[in-house]
Every structure is written in C-alpha cells, then in structure tokens.
Design a protein around this ligand. Structure first.
Ligand code: ADP
Ligand code: 5GP
Length: 204
C-alpha cells in the first residue's frame, strides 16, 4: 500500500507552547518535518537563517510573493510570514509528514487551497493548541522573555480572537500539563497517518 504524506497545520496563540510541544512529540515521532517559513521579522537570539525561518527583507519577500511562490502568507504582528510551496508539495508526494506552524489567517488559506487542490485536500489536517486559561498564556509569554512590551501586548491582544476561530480546526489540544498534551498530540499524529484519504491507488 502506498500513502502520500500529510500536511499538518498547527496554530495557537504565541506563547501557548507550540514549539515546546512539537519538540517533545518529535522525541517519539522522529520523522516529522517542519516547513521552514519565510519572515521579515528579525531573528531572536539563537535563531538561525534556514533553521527556524528564512529571514529576509520586505523586498525579498515581496518578490517571492509576486512570483507566486507562497502557498499561504499573512501579516502577523506587523511582519510578513509565508509558507513556500517548495517546502511542502514535493515532500507530501514523497510520503513525508510536513508540519506548518502558522497563524489562523494562514490556516484559512490552506483550507481554501484544499478546495481546488486534491493533494492538499487529502493531506491537510488542522490542529489548534489552546492554553488552559489566559493568565497561564500571559505568564508563559512573559516568561519566555523574547518580546518587547509592545510586541507582548500585540501577541496577547491577538490570542483571544485567534482562539475564537477554533472551529475551523479538526482538533483542539489544551496545553496544560506538558506530558499530557504531548501524548494527545502524538496520538493525533498517529491517527492522521492511518487515514484512508492519503492512500494512493488500491489497497492491495
Ligand atoms: P510558542 O511556540 O507557542 O510561541 P513556546 O513553545 O515558545 O510557545 O512556549 C512559551 C513558553 O511556555 C516557553 O518558555 C515554554 O517553556 C513554556 N511552556 C510551554 N508549554 C508549557 C507547559 N505545558 N507547561 C509549562 N510551561 C510551558
Ligand atoms: P513568531 O514570530 O513567534 O515565530 O511567530 C509569530 C506567529 O506567526 C505564530 O503564530 C506563527 O504560527 C505564525 N507564523 C509563522 N510562520 C508563518 C507562516 O509561514 N505563515 C503564517 N500565516 N503564519 C506564520
């Protein structure tokens, strides 16, 4: 039996623990691959071009946009972010699992792309990570110490409206206890792999 890969979209407010959770899940499922997004924001301490993001100028981003290189793109917290088609399509065809850590605007665009693209339609699954409550989210985001006060306010203000979109996702995982949430996410990834829609051709 041959299967295409999956395109797993993960969203959730900044600071909810997406990176932490995915890192933990990858200790068990080591064949999950991240799509590396393009962004015009500056690298944080420890971030490397080509590892966390492709960091680029507005001009470079706009040239790629005009050339139709993005599967989805959005302005998030005053910077441009986008997923390159080249990071996604050929990998799904090779049977790989591709993770997109993108915001709700991007998730909506992938849903729209799935309406006229059979490969994306069969491969895409949508997960949102929610905090147990807003105070927990605030303390995690502050604790990370990576944002200016202005950026922090932007991210907290966006969190509620982002979470209100939970119904466009297939799964909601609450990241309270890290081990519990990581086990739930691992179970979802395992189930996604067994879906009938990504089997190509006949079963035997
Ligand atoms: P995101 O990728 O969603 O922006 P991070 O993974 O950077 O969020 O997590 C933000 C902060 O919250 C980090 O300091 C991380 O260690 C902490 N964190 C994440 N998940 C949990 C959890 N379940 N319990 C306690 N702290 C957590
Ligand atoms: P950060 O700046 O903290 O790395 O990311 C900020 C937000 O941008 C997060 O919600 C993240 O999911 C989102 N994001 C990162 N890459 C992309 C992308 O390629 N497209 C979209 N739409 N959002 C992205």
């Amino acid at each position: 039996m041959k299967r295409n890969g999956n395109l797993i979209v993960i969203s959730g407010p900044s600071g909810v623990g997406k990176s932490t959770l995915i890192k933990k899940v990858r200790e068990t499922l080591d064949d999950l691959q991240f799509s590396i997004s393009c962004t015009t924001r500056s690298p944080r301490e420890g971030e490397k071009h080509g590892r966390e993001y492709y960091f680029m100028s507005d001009d470079e981003f706009n040239t790629k946009l005009a050339a139709g290189e993005f599967l989805e793109h959005a302005t998030v917290f005053k910077h441009s972010y986008g997923t390159l088609r080249s990071e996604v399509v050929s990998r799904i065809e090779r049977g790989e699992e591709v993770l997109l850590d993108i915001d709700v605007q991007g998730a909506k665009q992938i849903r729209q792309a799935a309406e006229h693209d059979k490969l994306i339609s069969a491969a895409a699954q949508f997960i949102i990570i929610a905090p147990p409550d807003l105070d927990t989210l605030k303390s995690r985001l502050c604790g990370r110490n990576s944002e200016t006060p202005e950026q922090l306010k932007l991210r907290l203000d966006a969190a509620v409206s982002e979470l209100q979109n939970f119904r466009i996702y297939d799964y909601v995982v609450v990241n309270g206890d890290l081990d519990t949430a990581a086990a739930e996410l691992t179970a979802i990834f395992r189930a996604i792999r067994l879906r009938s829609t990504n089997i190509t051709g006949d079963i035997f």
